[in-house]
Design a protein around this ligand. Structure first.
Ligand code: HEM
Length: 443
């Protein structure tokens, strides 16, 4: 195996490698190198020797290798910010066991029961946006999605102070994409301090909930009642860190998709009009939305898929090689990083026609560009580490989008930069200011 060559590529400058070009736009970074070197190439990202593989077989190879020849890799600062005791960080049998305990509570059927709450919270927020007349979508969406995820995880009891949690959460997540310099005046230092306070606040909620005579149907209730094969409950620390992790995992991702959707729909009025008329046909005004019917709405779902293809909210994740392996004639060495490439797969020109265009028609007959392909659309990853919240995210996004289409209207406000920043999440640089109102009012 050691006689095999490394994949072709350029390791860039000493230390920083090609990190700057990558961070400007991961999908275009991959497209340019794929044109130069083919589907497998090497680079240096954030100081790590990295191999990027962008063919669909490679994704299957990565999913199959979990715990055998590779495992998940997080950089040191994210690890410190998230802590070790949660699904995203666990590896091997501990990871599999935690997922087996949690999965039943994230099934589609469990999310169906939660949909009316998502609707009630969203309507309250959208009505407030409409009353204000103008709003910055990114920050307003952050507030809305935070309330939804907190309600799913911790419930809506009196002991849950959403606005206090939200402040700590923002200070904590501000540290994720900064330099990990822990000095009193740095954002990273403030993030670590906020992490401690957030954990303490969650800890207090968990402790209070233990005294409840009956556990409500939220994720905290589930975490307190699950038992492993030997009948043992999760430790107190595991419950607190699991909630802390999911608060993080389930927030900025959804915010990103919804903010981008509102811009893309405003920029494509014909798409907006068609999606609106489809939703209005299947969802009578002011009625409770039916998640099953929303799941069947072909055009609205094409729009949602296309938005996550066009700008993958998570552009990719990383794995570390546990031993030397051969892949398609190349050596993939132990200790190197392998990237699970999402944005590059979603813009692969052998799968998608004009991949850098926003075009929902590609999901519908007669084109159906991704039909019969297994791993061409992977916004939630796949294999043993498929996003735990995938069903929740779909339910949440479908309900929010259907409400926006059925009941509200928005227009991009003038004099703003609508270009995107790509890292850590692809979003409109200035947060997208819109004029917003109810659909039956003039904006
Ligand atoms: C549009 C919304 C979302 C997107 C695009 C998304 C995407 C992802 C991706 C790409 C991964 C990593 C997979 C890997 O490394 O192979 C992941 C993992 C994860 N996500 Fe999500 N996610 C979303 C929403 C959510 C929500 C709402 C929750 C929780 C309620 C959640 C909880 C998790 C957890 C716990 C993991 C770790 C899974 C593991 O390592 O086993 N996510 N997600």
């Amino acid at each position: 195996m050691t006689t095999l060559p490394l994949p072709p590529g350029d390791m860039g400058r000493p230390l920083i490698g090609e990190t700057i070009a990558f961070a400007q736009d991961p999908a275009r970074f991959v497209a340019e190198r794929r044109a130069r070197y083919g589907d497998i190439f090497r680079t240096n990202l954030i100081g790590a020797k990295t191999i990027i593989m962008t063919d669909e077989d490679a994704l299957a190879w990565i999913f199959a290798g979990e715990g055998k020849y590779l495992q998940n890799k997080w950089n040191g600062s994210t690890r410190r910010l998230l802590g070790e005791e949660c699904t995203a960080m666990l590896v091997g049998p501990e990871h599999a066991q935690r997922r087996a305990l949690l999965m039943p509570h994230f099934r589609h059927s469990a999310m169906r029961a939660f949909a009316p709450k998502i609707q009630a919270i969203s309507v309250r927020h959208f009505d407030q946006w409409a009353a204000r007349g103008e709003t910055t979508v990114l920050t307003a969406m952050q507030t809305l999605v935070f309330e939804i995820i907190v309600t799913l995880l911790l419930g809506d009891g009196a002991d849950v102070d959403i606005s206090a949690l939200s402040k700590l959460f923002r200070a904590w997540t501000a540290g994720i994409a900064t330099l990990p310099i822990n000095l009193p005046f740095t954002t990273y230092h403030r993030a670590l301090r906020a992490k401690g306070q957030l954990l303490a606040a969650i800890d207090a909620i968990v402790t209070a909930r233990r005294r409840a005579p009956e556990q409500p149907h939220d994720i905290l209730g589930a975490l307190l009642t699950v038992r492993d094969a030997s009948g043992a409950p999760l430790s107190h620390d595991a419950v607190v860190h699991e909630l802390h992790n999911q608060l993080f995992a389930g927030h900025d991702t959804t915010v990103t998709v919804m903010t981008n959707l509102m811009l893309q729909l405003a920029q494509h009025p014909a798409v907006l009009a068609r999606a609106r008329s489809e939703v209005r046909e299947l969802a009578p005004p002011s009625a409770l939305l039916d998640l099953e019917r929303l799941k069947q709405a072909p055009y609205m779902n094409a729009v949602l898929h296309e938005s996550m293809r066009y700008l993958a909210p998570v552009s990719g994740t990383f794995r570390i090689m546990l031993r030397d392996m051969a892949y398609k004639g190349y050596r993939i060495p132990q200790g190197w990083t392998v990237r699970l490439e999402i944005a590059g797969t979603h813009t692969h020109d052998q799968i998608w026609s004009t991949p850098f265009d926003f075009d929902p028609e590609r999901w519908l007959p007669p084109r159906e560009e991704q039909a019969n392909r297994q791993h061409s659309f992977i916004p939630f990853g796949g294999g043993p580490r498929l996003c735990l919240g995938v069903n929740f995210a779909w339910a949440e996004m479908r309900v929010m989008l259907a409400l926006l289409l059925r009941d509200y209207a928005w227009q991009v406000a003038p004099n703003q930069d609508l270009s995107y920043v790509m890292v850590p999440f692809p979003r409109p640089k200035q947060g997208l200011r819109v004029r917003f109102g109810r659909a039956d009012e003039t904006l």
